[in-house]
Each structure stands twice: as C-alpha cells, then as structure tokens.
Design a protein around this ligand. Structure first.
Ligand code: ZN
Length: 158
C-alpha cells in the first residue's frame, strides 16, 4: 500500500512548500508544523517539484532565480540520500535517489521553459547534469551493479 504523504495532506501545505522553496531548514519546518524531518525530506524530493510546476507562482519563482536555487538544493538532498544509501549498502535506494534527482532536473528545466513540451532536449549535455552525473558515478564507482543500473536509468531519460 502506498504511504500517504503527511506533508501533502497537512493543512498548511502551501506554507510548508513556500518555506522549503525559501530554503528554511527542514528541522525548523518540522518543529513549526509538527511533522517529522524525514517526511519533509521525502516530500521535498518526491512531491515539491510537481507542486511547483502546478503552482501559479511558478513563473515568479522562476524569474527570481529561486527555482534554480531550489533545484540545486533538491539535488543536494539526493546526493545526501545517495551517500547514506551507499553507507548502508542500499544500492536500490541509491539508484532510486539518482532517478529522483534526474526527474527533478527535468521538471525544473520544464518550469524554466527551457524544455518546450514536445521538444526533445538531451539533458545529458547540460553542464549541471554532467556535473551531477560525475558525482553519481563517483559515489557508485566501487559498485558496478549499481553503476550499470544508473547507466540504464540514464538511457531511459534521454
Ligand atoms: Zn508530499
């Protein structure tokens, strides 16, 4: 059964998303809204990008450059998850964190209007993405299976 997101169903979801976009510390948000830091982490990685696409303020956020900051911060979160997953030997989780990060990059670029709806852009050529890919490969360098899974995932993204 899919786990329900306690953040998405929270009555102050809009404020929480705004706080996340503005870079308020997760610990602070969790205290303020009575949510666990892990649920906020999960929400930020899995749900916030889609929320942003739908948000009316998306254009504003975009223009102010906050979206880019948010993207970088989400990417950082994914890398943190990746490191943790590596520590714990959870490579399925690592690969899935990478998948999320790729999704985030694509969504953010869509919001920024850099990817037109039907236009096929090879995100693997973007500097931001290349840098991120290097980090991923580095983290997974000792684990050929996970690396192979990542390469496979990347193929599907392009
Ligand atoms: Zn959520």
């Amino acid at each position: 059964m899919a786990q329900k997101c306690t953040v998405c169903s929270h009555e102050s979801i809009k404020e929480i998303n705004k706080a996340l976009i503005n870079g308020v510390a997760i610990r602070k948000i969790s205290e303020q809204f009575g949510l666990t830091p892990s649920s906020i982490h999960r929400h930020r990685v899995s749900h916030l990008p889609e929320t942003l696409v739908k948000a009316k303020e998306a254009k504003e956020v975009c223009e102010s450059g906050e979206l880019w900051t948010e993207m970088v911060s989400l990417k950082t979160t994914c890398i943190e998850i990746l490191d943790k997953a590596k520590e714990m030997g959870e490579f399925q989780a690592a690969v899935s964190a990478i998948g999320q990060a790729i999704k985030i990059v694509v969504v953010m670029l869509k919001v920024q209007g850099e990817l037109k709806k039907d236009q096929h852009v090879n995100i693997s050529l973007l500097p931001e993405f290349l840098e991120f890919k290097e980090i991923c490969f580095d983290v997974l360098s000792d684990y050929p299976d996970a690396k192979a899974a990542l390469i496979d995932k990347l193929k599907n993204t392009q």
